[in-house]
Design a protein around this ligand. Sequence first.
Ligand code: FMN
Length: 136
Amino acid sequence: MAKIVYFSVTGQTKRFVNKISIAEKIEITLHNPFIEVGEPFILVVPTYVAELLEPVYDFLETGRNQTNCVGTFGGGNRNFANLFCFTVRDLEAEYGIPVLHTFEFQGSATDVEKLEKELDTIENANRSTEKSSQLF
Ligand SMILES: Cc1cc2nc3c(=O)[nH]c(=O)nc-3n(C[C@H](O)[C@H](O)[C@H](O)COP(=O)(O)O)c2cc1C
């Protein structure tokens, strides 16, 4: 099953991620930022000043997490105008992790569909890797 790693301060991102049933979800908290995820995953993060997101930065600096992060989904609020979802854009600039999609608050049905589609792509890639390794 494909994996979603997420961080949530006020619960909106958690509510978004909980609408997805086709993935294993791992929450980054203040207590576990140094966990290592040993396979491809999508990172879902809300937008705040970097100080508040320290656990996310710690997580991305751990092991091979940066390499295994296929891309990000950024949560935010369009009232912040040109600061809408700046966090995921910062992560892209700093680590080269692509922004796959941005959404507001707990996401719409369309946002959920987008995430499911990205997870399907990961799952299909995992399956074909498994198949080709069985051939050898
Ligand atoms: C103090 C504060 C600052 C925020 N700054 C931004 C911002 O600069 N850009 C943005 O798009 N959203 C901003 N937001 C909105 C949150 O990123 C958004 O509500 C998000 O869904 C919250 O996710 P969470 O409930 O999982 O923490 C801010 C929210 C708060 C409370």
